[in-house]
Ligand binder design. Structure first.
Ligand code: SF4
Length: 356
């Protein structure tokens, strides 16, 4: 099976830019929160939404009734900010060069050679949920439907050492996707000592550097998302006089340090990075290309890119109905022997094939 997410935007008419005269705003706030104003007025959902949007945009620096625009850095993050008074669940998000306000959908389909390409799962989330966060709920839903695959082909956004280990342990599913390369400057520049230059002795919790020196610190920590990681440090006085220091660290004074994931995850990450260089792995992963056309089909036939409804639940239902309709189209094609369309090749790929 393979999965991919797509971005669903709320219609632009719902993305309202609020332009309020400051004086009007001040008097409106004053009216709503005046002790003589009936309490129920503040509890009307539309009034509460408007209040929150005003709080996002303005603040009152003193009690004299004046209000000021907030600076961008003083505004709430998009995970909680309201971007449209018409749909408070439609958040702003950004993926590479695309910005949108709305939701995100992840579709999973069968990509076996001799079977109809049925969509087996549709997972719609808030736009601020990452692909990596979506993978576990997708597997959980597939398990409930008894549709878990042996191999799940996904793009790099879903991949992590944690998923490589946990998907197999919990669901018996091998996830197949390109793992991000080692982000260190040594690995990126192809010179110097990256992580692969160090020997890790997991049992004794010690690392050995290319000069044969052993680490002096091994600390279990957590990353910014609360996930476990290990920080390893070498001795400052040794690294300070090391003849190959410039190949090891760019720090002015600090010794070399390494950050790795717990043993199972780190070994799975390394194995994945090696496997994805092989022709066999690439041949398996090529099957994932079909999921791109699933989104294309959904967009062209059923306007998948735009939500016709307000709120996550209705958008979720809309996406499930679209998937059901696409499955009927696919069943019809399968029964009538209509072959799959060829996966579109970019002009560059075509040019390269002609030159070969
Ligand atoms: S800088 Fe430190 S860790 Fe790096 S090779 Fe030299 S002694 Fe080893």
């Amino acid at each position: 099976m393979s999965s991919l997410c797509w971005l669903i935007c709320r219609r632009s008419r719902l993305f309202v830019v609020i332009r309020l005269d400051i004086l009007l705003l001040a008097s409106a706030l004053d009216a709503i929160y005046n002790p003589t104003t009936p309490q129920w007025l503040r509890q009307i959902p539309a009034v509460e939404t408007l209040r929150q949007i005003w709080v996002q945009q303005f603040y009152a620096p003193s009690d004299d009734g004046s209000v000021k625009w907030r600076s961008v850095k003083d505004m709430p993050p998009s995970t909680i900010a309201i971007h449209s008074p018409h749909d408070v669940e439609a958040h702003y998000s950004n993926k590479r060069s695309i910005d949108w306000v709305g939701y995100k959908v992840h579709m999973t389909e069968i990509c076996d050679e001799n079977s109809p390409r049925f969509i087996t799962n549709v997972h719609t989330t808030l736009s601020t949920i990452t692909d990596e966060q979506a993978l576990e709920p997708i597997h959980s839903k597939l398990e409930q439907k008894d549709l878990l695959p042996d191999e799940h082909l996904v793009d790099g956004g879903y991949m992590s050492g944690e998923h490589l280990v946990d998907s197999f342990a919990k669901y018996d599913v091998a996830i197949v996707g390109p793992m991000r390369s080692d982000p260190s400057w040594q690995a990126q520049q192809g010179r110097g000592f990256d992580l692969s230059s160090f020997q890790i002795d997991w049992d004794n919790q010690v690392a050995s550097c290319p000069q044969g020196h052993k680490s002096t610190q091994w600390k279990n920590r957590q990353d910014s998302k609360g996930k476990p990681l290990i920080q390893i440090r070498f001795l400052g006085s040794t690294c300070k006089v090391c003849p190959v220091r410039s190949l090891c660290t760019q720090a002015k004074k600090e010794p070399r340090s390494l950050t790795i994931r717990p043993k199972e995850q780190q070994l799975a990450l390394q194995a994945q990075r090696q496997a994805q260089q092989t022709p066999d792995w690439k041949a398996i992963y090529d099957q994932r290309a079909g999921i791109e056309s699933t989104h294309s089909q959904g967009i062209r036939r059923s306007a998948l890119r735009r939500s016709r409804y307000i709120g996550l639940n209705k958008t979720r239902l809309m996406n499930i109905l679209i998937a059901c309709a696409l499955n009927l189209v696919r069943l019809d094609a399968w029964l009538n022997g209509t072959p799959l369309a060829k996966t579109r090749e970019s002009r560059f790929t075509q040019l390269r094939a002609q030159g070969a």
